[in-house]
Design a protein around this ligand. Sequence first.
Ligand code: E4P
Length: 217
Amino acid sequence: MKFFADTAEIEDIKELAEAGLLDGVTTNPSLIHKSGRDFMEVTKEICGLVDGPVSAEVVALDHATMMKEAEVLRKIADNVCIKVPLTIDGLKTCKALTDDGTMVNVTLCFSANQALLAAKAGATFVSPFVGRHDDNGFDGMELIRDIRLIYDNYAFETEILVASVRHATHILESARIGADVATAPPKVIKGLVNHVLTDKGIEGFLADWAKTGQTII
Ligand code: E4P
């Protein structure tokens, strides 16, 4: 399963990339606002740090203006993936861009039927928001299971990009189901390394090593 970082924070992106944990990045207008950076400038910088897709979201609601915004965004770098909302205009934009060889991430997906539409429109990625789904009394992981089943039934190539990830269990369940990608805040990805027995093991080995009186360097 691929890991994308759901952030516009450069230091976090660099750290994950150095550890080989980064296959791409997703941003959205709220994350750009949080970063305090200029959208075009920070997106260009991120594209230079990651080999994989970097999602940059359009903000227009109509197809014609979405296409104009996408035209600007796709000039930033070859690895820009245009993010469009799951609306009819977003799907039209998705179809036009993917027909033209541009990667598209269809975002704000909250139902399996919406995901079916995104696949039919030729989306490169569909982003079901599991955390926000859970927050509203639904089962986010059930949504991922449904989309996996439907995409496999019809051999759709659209990748399931699990979004709005809040904790390690979302990632574990996504991997069990066979989702293609999980995009998560850097702290959630880094947190996957934590295990009490790893910490205890290191403590024990270091205590015994100290007793040998030896050094390696
Ligand atoms: C995905 O592409 C979105 O940027 C993101 O996962 C939204 O997450 P949130 O629900 O934590 O805002």
